[in-house]
Design a binder for this molecule. Structure first.
Ligand code: SAH
Ligand code: SF4
Ligand code: F3S
Length: 437
């Protein structure tokens, strides 16, 4: 029997790619197993956004340098694309190196491996294709990821994604809507539309939809209760996106809008192509909306040349926006990126200090914002049960975790109303106040 094991690192795009890869492999007669020890084919779907993420795969491969005899090892995803055939030098027991822009070729590459080829690669980036397959094995029976666009044409100075995922390319609206309808008919009630810059979506067919149009169409599919999307790029974030959310409650009230820095000087050096004012205009649209939209972001501290004054502007912006949640990172120099040529006089310890200050500020904001929700009733989707705490795990439309108690037995994927009774920095707790709806 042909068996495989897959471990996935990185973003939701990678998680969903793995669901498609798993389906593709099963279609080829492979069976998924839970440990690398039990598998004939061991795959790592990798991330290279920061150095630490990249190192993970090499430490995994190192573990099997000797013990892996008789197994086939494959590296997929962003490290595969970035390092290409160098991976064979760093880990000679690897046989397959394939980037996400070449997954349509996976069945072919697998046959070559079965035929005993020692080294096969899928590294072409020059593609118009998106990776679609009817065999996707979704992890969750209620909430489905769905890729609407792939790649990135933005070339931010610090970022590997344009090199690892190739040029921006969108699926046709017709194929997206067909998949959404199918998912709804299979009982999925939540759809998460994915793309590195999801709002740069442009239907490639003539007269096709823009992103706001796509949101409207997807949200109108019968059976869906929640539609989310990630990640949005501020430059392409038009007011119509907020208008479509205002019009349709199926579109969840959450927008993830990475800002990266509050300083115009840094944004310019990052090549983000928007100013702080332009970003803040988008925040205003959201705050003026009738929807109570949760706003979350990504932030990089210690980008080359970030001065104390620049960092202070980031802190001021965070005070002004009051994000509901934030992912913040210390700048990590990455191969091929243009930021490598910028001079960087800021010492590492100073960058670490700034990250701590930012994270402490954000934590205080979250404690405050979450506390404001105590006493309110929120609809949650049930994600599971925590035997340790005796609480059900729920997710609100704003994407907050709301753990709650009830005497009823709940199926995963159910929706019900919960009153918030307590709040912490990262989650809420409460009591169910309705039956399943
Ligand atoms: N396409 C999205 C971001 C995708 S990468 C956007 O443009 O907003 C996810 C996050 O990783 C980024 O928002 C950024 O905050 C962080 N990141 C990317 N490259 C990085 C680097 N070299 N060092 C530190 N953080 C980085
Ligand atoms: Fe990276 Fe910038 Fe593209 Fe986002 S927009 S994926 S940060 S290059
Ligand atoms: Fe990582 Fe690639 Fe996603 S670098 S964050 S897995 S696009």
């Amino acid at each position: 029997m042909k068996t495989f094991y897959i471990e996935t690192f990185g973003c939701q795009m990678n998680a969903h790619d793995s669901e498609k890869v798993i389906g593709t492999l099963m279609q080829q007669g492979y069976q998924q197993v839970a440990t690398p020890e039990d598998a004939g084919l061991v795959l790592y779907n990798t991330c290279s956004i920061r150095d630490k993420a990249e190192q993970k795969v090499f430490s995994r491969l190192q573990q099997f340098k000797r013990a892996g005899a008789g197994k086939v090892f494959g590296v997929l995803g962003c490290v595969a694309q970035q390092e290409g055939e160098n991976i064979f030098d760093r880990a000679p027991h690897v046989s397959l190196v394939c980037g996400s822009a070449s997954y349509t070729k996976l069945p072919e590459l697998l046959v070559q491996i079965e035929n005993g080829e020692r080294r096969v690669t899928g590294l072409n980036l020059d593609t118009e294709d998106t990776f679609e397959t009817p065999f996707t094995r979704r992890d969750n029976p209620h909430r489905a990821y769905l890729t609407v666009m792939e790649g990135c044409d933005k070339s931010c100075a610090y970022c590997v994604v344009p090199f690892t995922r190739g040029p921006e390319r969108s699926r046709t609206g017709a194929s997206i809507l067909e998949e959404v309808r199918q998912l709804a008919s299979h009982g999925y009630t939540e759809i998460q539309l994915l793309g590195q810059n999801v709002n740069s979506y442009r239907d490639p067919s003539s007269g096709g939809l823009d992103f706001a149009g796509l949101l409207r169409e997807v949200a109108a599919v019968p059976g869906l209760r929640r539609v989310r999307f990630t990640t949005s790029h501020p430059r392409d974030f038009g007011k119509e996106i907020i208008d479509s959310m205002d019009e349709n409650p199926v579109l969840c009230n959450h927008v993830h809008l990475p800002v990266q820095s509050g300083s115009d000087h840094v944004l310019k050096r990052m090549l983000r192509h928007y100013t702080r004012d332009e970003y803040m205009r988008r925040i205003e649209w959201m705050k003026q909306s009738g929807r109570n939209i949760a706003i979350t972001t990504d932030m990089i501290v210690g980008f080359p040349g970030e001065s104390d004054a620049d960092f202070q502007q980031t802190l001021d912006l965070v005070d002004e926006v009051e994000y509901d949640s934030m992912f913040s990172f210390k700048y990590s120099p990455r191969p091929n990126t243009s930021a490598l040529t910028l001079s960087d006089p800021v010492p590492e310890e100073e960058k670490g200090r700034r990250l701590t200050i930012l994270q402490e500020k954000q934590r205080a904001i979250q404690i405050r914002r979450n506390a404001d929700l105590v006493g309110k009733v929120e609809e949650v989707m049930v994600e599971g049960y925590n035997h340790g705490t005796g609480q059900w795990i729920g997710r609100t439309s704003q994407h907050r975790t709301l753990n709650f108690t009830t005497t009823a037995q709940l199926p995963e994927g159910a929706y019900l109303d919960v009153r918030v009774t307590r709040a912490g920095p990262n989650s809420l707790a409460g009591e169910a106040v309705s039956q399943i709806q």
